[in-house]
Design a protein around this ligand. Structure first.
Ligand code: NAP
Length: 524
């Protein structure tokens, strides 16, 4: 068992900073737990300088060494055993079953990025050989590939304490690309983050990579995150959380003398559309499926379905209402999320055009919210833009449209989202119209299913137009996430002796490259 000390890991040294203290909170019994102190500007400065120094070595390590490092981190996470699950459960109330699955996903992500680093093809090597006698001007030899970008700050997410936190997808992809990472730990699960830091510290020692390649700075209040994003040595940011937090960090990054990219994954209402004839034919089964998706993880998923758009159906409405009321209440992650949900439910309840179909109590201080469904007409929904904003928790809004044309109007009115789902077996013409609209508004269009449950594989797209993500061209899930933390460098007229191996003429890595427009593993 590892003793939880309340410390931060600063480039290999465990430290107790002098900043504001805070405690994690047990949602099961409202008890305060592990005490931590916040890092400040001194720790930011030390961690970033150590990261920059580590970068000069780490960026040039072979794919095999980086792959070994990532695989070793995954092994060390598994070696933390049940302590990791138990500590995290006490800080999040996510349950050890869910956390066991999330640990598998987290280690799977690390191993997938390890394989990517080892294979080496993610760099997208491309070579155009010279044509010295081309008229009117000779063509130079040009070779291009992706290279690491520099020290990256990762903000741990509250709702995925493993898969999107300290050693989650953002950290794994940034490390795989050859960048050091400084994690700003999420203040709601600091002891979980501390355990992860032990795992990575062991992997650093075992693999002999530079110690500055990873730091975990714990803290609460905005100063730590702001200071990290402002620091001139930081070159990119990964973030999952609220639209307000993500937007604040985007603005800070853009206002720096050297602006840097912020890959923020923020709010999404993940609309579910049901065609009128399909609703008629499948009212009960769709209401049941939707209810399961709304309640999953107590609605604390970025892909939780916040609205369902269709026409009137008494059977659908009754089934959805009943299923949500019968589903057991789950726990919220922390008191801030509970207070924010409480305020949102009060707001929705006082909205003159909204009807809370299964109204139930949610006392102040309670961590177990009702699974709620509200109803509004399509016309009233279209008249109030605020209803398109994310409510974080097990809440959905039934938008009851007059006809197909109004369903289409609702689709056209939506902001950017991570996903949109369409149930339309009996409404194929409507489905075609909706797909045409939705593929312009979301990162993933889903047919005949529900948005929760994000498969981690190369064809996944987790990111959509703002405000779902800050950079709609990127994904934070799947191996495609690596390119966020790398940039292309082209080498002109450069001899092999000065080129990275991926671009050398004989192709010593044996990777696929685009040579004069043809994908090949052959040398030149
Ligand atoms: P959050 O409030 O955005 O915080 C995420 C991280 O960013 C924390 O480490 C926070 O730490 C930091 N931060 C927030 N605002 C900042 C600012 N202005 N400047 C610098 N750092 C800042 O998200 P959360 O704590 O996970 O949950 C709160 C709300 O976020 C939820 O109620 C929900 O609405 C939303 N959320 C959405 C998703 C999603 O995937 N769509 C996921 C999780 C949460 P400090 O507070 O210590 O600065």
């Amino acid at each position: 068992m590892i003793e939880i000390t309340g410390q931060s890991l600063l480039a290999g040294n465990w430290i107790t900073p002098a900043g504001k203290t805070f405690q994690s909170f047990n949602p099961y019994n409202n008890a305060s737990m592990y005490r931590f102190a916040s890092c400040g500007s001194d720790e930011i400065d030390e961690a970033t300088h150590a990261a920059e120094s580590a970068f000069q070595t780490y960026r040039n390590l072979s794919g095999n060494t980086i792959g070994l490092f990532l695989n070793t981190i995954a092994d060390e996470i598994e070696a933390l055993g049940d302590q990791l699950l138990e500590v995290c459960d006490s800080e999040t109330a996510l349950g050890t079953v869910r956390l066991t699955g999330e640990r598998g996903r987290t280690c799977g992500q690390l191993r997938a990025f390890a394989e990517l680093a080892i294979k080496g093809e993610w760099v997208q090597a491309s070579i155009d050989t010279a044509i010295p006698n081309r008229a009117p001007v000779p063509k130079p030899d040009l070779r291009r590939m992706m290279k690491a970008i520099g020290p990256v700050v990762v903000f741990g997410a509250s709702n995925f304490p493993f898969a999107f936190s300290t050693l989650g997808g953002d950290t794994a992809s940034a490390l795989a690309a050859g960048n050091p990472v400084i994690v700003k730990g999420h203040p709601a699960h600091p002891a979980t983050s501390e355990l992860f830091a032990h795992a990575v510290a062991k992997a650093i020692e075992k693999c002999g990579v530079p110690i500055g390649v990873f730091s975990l700075l714990q803290g609460v209040g905005n100063e730590l995150g702001t200071g990290l994003v402002k620091h001139p040595l930081i070159q990119a940011v990964g973030f999952t959380g609220s639209e307000r937090g993500g937007r604040a960090l985007m603005d800070i990054a853009a206002a720096r003398p050297q602006p840097i990219p912020v890959y923020a994954e923020m709010g999404s209402i993940n609309p579910v559309f049901v065609g009128p004839d399909t609703l008629q034919a499948q009212a009960e089964s769709i209401a049941t499926g939707l209810s399961g998706s709304v309640c999953m993880g107590t609605g604390q998923f970025c892909t939780s379905p916040g609205i369902v758009v269709s026409v009137a159906s008494e059977l659908f409405e009754t089934t959805l209402k009943t299923k949500l009321s019968e589903a057991p209440r789950g726990y919220l992650l922390n008191p801030q999320i509970a207070a924010s949900l409480q305020a949102s439910l009060e707001n929705l309840n006082s909205h003159p055009q909204l009807e809370w179909l299964n109204r139930a109590g949610f006392e102040a201080g309670s961590m177990t919210p009702p699974n709620a469904v509200f109803k509004i007409s399509g016309k009233d929904f279209l008249a109030d833009k605020t209803l398109s904003e994310e409510v974080f928790g097990p809440v959905t809004l039934y938008v009851e449209c007059e006809n197909e044309a109004q369903i289409v109007e609702v689709a056209e009115s939506l902001n950017g989202n991570l996903t949109a789902s369409v149930h339309a077996d009996e409404d194929m013409d409507l489905a075609k119209t909706l797909f045409n609209i939705l593929e312009q508004k979301v990162g993933r269009v889903i047919y005949n299913s529900y948005p929760t449950g994000v498969e981690v594989c190369p064809s996944q797209q987790h990111g959509g137009p703002y405000p779902a993500s800050s950079v709609s061209t990127s994904t934070s899930v799947g191996v495609g996430a690596i390119v966020r933390f790398a940039r292309f460098v082209a080498y002109q007229g450069t001899p092999d002796a000065l080129l990275p191996e991926a671009l050398q003429s004989e192709n010593p890595l044996g990777i696929y490259r685009l040579v004069n427009g043809e994908l090949t593993t052959a040398g030149i």
